[in-house]
Design a binder for this molecule. Structure first.
Ligand code: ZN
Ligand code: ZN
Length: 152
């Protein structure tokens, strides 16, 4: 078991496919965030997906540009904590530029894409829907006024 931090090991974050046999590429900034999330909630963070190799992305029919394929994304879930709450907590990390809620599978996706503005979305049946007030209300997510936050 290769430890990456106090509570996370390579096994938690490596690719889950047979083809590569569990290769790993992961941003330690992300691992640090996982530790902070674990610390804040004082619970185990279930990593549903970390790194995905090219073969795995192909198998899932995902874009080669996936942030999982760059080691810059994780899908997480905490038992006993709503994903809506987790989503809102993750807003506190400035480096998270991609933040998604997957209501059907009940998890939160966070990534470190290289862009200024954060992209918040709800993923429904594989579609990335930018978070709007309507979607937030439908899925019980808090809405943040980015313009107001930026000028504050
Ligand atoms: Zn793989
Ligand atoms: Zn993801």
């Amino acid at each position: 078991m290769t430890r990456l931090s106090d509570h996370f090991s390579a096994e938690d974050l490596r690719c889950s496919c047979q083809t590569c046999g569990g290769s790993l590429r992961i941003s330690l900034v992300l691992v640090g965030m996982l530790e902070e999330i674990r610390y804040y909630y004082n619970r185990r963070v279930h990593v549903l997906a970390g790194y995905r190799c090219e073969a795995r992305l192909k198998e899932l029919k995902r874009s080669r540009k996936s942030y999982h394929g760059l080691g810059k994304a994780v899908d997480i879930h905490l038992s006993g904590i709503s994903s809506q709450d987790l989503f809102d907590f993750c807003r506190g990390f400035k480096a998270i530029k991609g933040l998604g809620y997957y209501p059907e599978q009940d998890f939160v996706h966070i990534d470190l894409r290289d862009q200024k503005e954060r992209f918040e979305f709800v993923n429904l049946r594989g579609e990335y829907l930018p978070l709007t007030g309507d979607l937030a209300a439908t899925y019980g997510l808090k809405m943040v006024d980015h313009a107001a936050a930026a000028s504050a």
